[in-house]
Ligand binder design. Structure first.
Ligand code: F6P
Length: 556
């Protein structure tokens, strides 16, 4: 395929389009009855089991998807990513988040230079600093140890670290190291988020980590100034040096802000914001909370999947299979959304993180060469842990719209409880739902079955489940730092696979710029109106009216 050819113009794409008609003729009930097919539709790596038999797909579909992967040059694109080619062409950058979790002796090149030593310089610096803070060698301005950390950052400088922190919070091994310490995240510029974050904390014992790739993001910089004031008004301006550190690619702006570059932890432009949790963005706050050794296990888990993704044949490659099946669901079966349903409360912040990774990466309207696309890319991702979600939006998933679901379960609970006299433990109860829901979606319930159960006739249509609703089940062996790293990398690579097939640039995010620049015009206007009494100018009728009301009511 020439680089300017769209994937929809290739034979494998057209073949899959035609194949949809074959699939429409079969119900998942029948597909699930074919044991041979189901046996082929699993993949296992390092104790992680993917079962994709409940996809509306046959073995023939998989062959056709594999031809699509070939037409899209998927293997070559993966290779180029790992080789550090500048595949983020609109920003002229490599995409090398895999280098962030590479072992010391690995070689990963960007611009002809092995970046792994730089990665480990920063990791060593984090280990050293976090140990000093944790063991009280690094103290605050009044000599007290710093036991609480507020990490300021938004988007990719927030969601990934929050997901991992939330998942580790109940891991018995991680808990041991977190004793007496708190990690909080200040993301929103909303003053309520500031109030919640500083509530109950003493500046004397608090370390603030400002996390921003660019060090220009309006929300983060305002929150950083607010907390700098919180510290300096309590402890004096000189206290900032002891109580504020930074994570950024822009060390010049870090210094300009007033943070000593010696207390800054670098990363690089080849790390996309939403792919940065394995850089200092995540590693620093998490090491402060749990110690470096726990975070190192998380990195090792991610790296293990990187190796699997890079080298496993596509038929057994978990991220590749997931990516291809997502493309099948979105582009051929026409399902625009995907529900991420971890049956683990520890993963409650997983869906919000994946929302950014997926939707900021693949919500694009043009090909990597800038050609407007005649097909949609990306999914609408949302999710909640089971079983909570079951009591919220599952009604729609069972009887309303068809939403392909990701069921994520864990064999061993982080926190098992066994109640004397109970038939099942809490974890078995949770997992009963994890196993039952995919079948409920796939098989449904027919009017005939309902009549056999003596359901009154006027309720039969209400109680009918059409079934034929696709899902995947991903069963993880446990949920420790290593497995959490694996889960992260599975999704990161799956999303890259989708983008590679759709022929888009999954690593830029121009779509976030327009709103930012309009907000900056409004910000200027608010300033001019409040400080100099200037009238509102340059906005449409609606915005002018809303702004006038806001200005008037908020100054009353
Ligand atoms: O708003 C989009 C975005 O640019 C994300 O891609 C990024 O993760 C977030 O803002 C935060 O950016 P920064 O880390 O530069 O503050």
């Amino acid at each position: 395929m020439a680089s300017s050819t769209l994937i929809c113009d290739t034979e494998p794409w057209k073949d899959l389009k035609a194949h949809v008609e074959d699939i429409k003729k079969v119900h998942l009930r029948d597909l699930m009855a074919d044991t041979e097919r189901c046996m082929s539709m699993t993949a296992e790596f390092d104790g992680n089991l993917l079962d994709y038999s409940r996809q509306r797909a046959t073995l023939d579909t998989l062959k056709k998807l594999s031809a699509l992967a070939e037409a899209a040059h998927l293997k070559q694109k993966i290779d180029l990513m790992f080789k550090g080619e500048k595949i983020n062409s609109t920003e002229n950058r490599s995409v090398l988040h895999v280098a962030l979790r590479a072992p010391r002796d690995a070689v990963v090149n960007s611009d002809g230079k092995n970046v792994v030593p730089d990665v480990w310089n920063v990791l060593d610096k984090i280990q050293n600093f976090s140990e000093r803070v944790r063991n009280g060698t690094w103290v605050g301005a009044t000599g007290k140890p710093l036991k609480d950390v507020i990490a300021i950052g938004i988007g990719g400088s927030f969601l990934g670290p929050l997901f991992v922190h939330t998942a580790l919070q109940t891991d018995p091994e991680a808990i041991k190291y977190a004793s007496g310490r708190q990690l909080r995240f200040l993301a929103n510029v909303d003053p309520i988020d500031v109030a919640r974050n500083i509530s109950g904390l003493n500046p004397e014992t608090t370390l603030v980590v400002v996390v921003s790739k660019t060090f220009t993001t309006a929300e983060t910089m305002l929150n950083a100034r607010t907390l700098r004031e919180w510290i300096s008004s309590a402890l004096g301006p000189q206290a900032v040096a002891k109580h504020m550190v930074a994570v950024s690619t822009n060390l010049t702006l870090v210094e300009k802000f007033g943070i000593d570059p010696a207390n800054a932890f670098a990363f690089w432009d080849w790390v996309g914001g939403r792919y940065s949790v394995c850089s200092a963005v995540g590693v620093l706050p998490l090491s402060l909370q749990y110690g470096f050794s726990v975070v190192e296990k998380f990195l090792k888990g991610a790296w293990s999947i990187d190796q699997h993704f890079y080298s496993a044949p596509f038929e057994t490659n978990i991220p590749v299979l997931l990516g291809l099946l997502s493309v099948w669901n979105v582009s051929f079966l026409g399902y625009p959304a995907r529900a991420i349903l971890p049956y683990s409360q520890a993963l409650e912040k997983f869906a919000p993180h994946i929302q950014q990774v997926s939707m900021e990466s693949n919500g694009k309207g043009v090909s990597i060469d800038g050609v407007p696309l005649p097909y949609e890319t990306g999914e609408i991702d949302f999710g909640e842990p089971g079983t909570n979600g079951q009591h919220s939006f599952y009604q729609l998933i069972h009887q309303g719209r068809v939403i392909p679901c990701d069921f994520i379960g864990v064999v061993k609970s982080q926190q098992p409880v066994y109640l004397q006299g109970e038939v099942v433990s809490n974890h078995d109860e949770l997992m009963s739902n994890f196993f039952a829901q995919p079948d409920a979606l796939a098989y449904g319930k027919t009017p005939e079955q309902l009549l056999m159960e003596n359901v009154p006739e006027h309720l039969v249509s209400h109680k009918t489940f059409t079934g034929n609703r696709p899902s995947i089940s991903l069963l993880l062996p446990s949920l420790n730092a290593y497995n959490i790293g694996q889960l992260l990398a599975i999704y990161e690579h799956r999303i890259a696979v989708e983008g590679f097939i759709w022929g888009i640039n999954s690593f830029d995010q121009w779509g976030v710029e327009l709103g930012k620049s309009l907000a900056s015009q409004v910000r200027k206007q608010l300033h001019a109106s409040r400080r100099k009494g200037e009238s509102i100018q340059g906005f449409n009728f609606s915005t002018t009216t809303l702004l006038s009301k806001y200005l008037k009511a908020s100054s009353d």
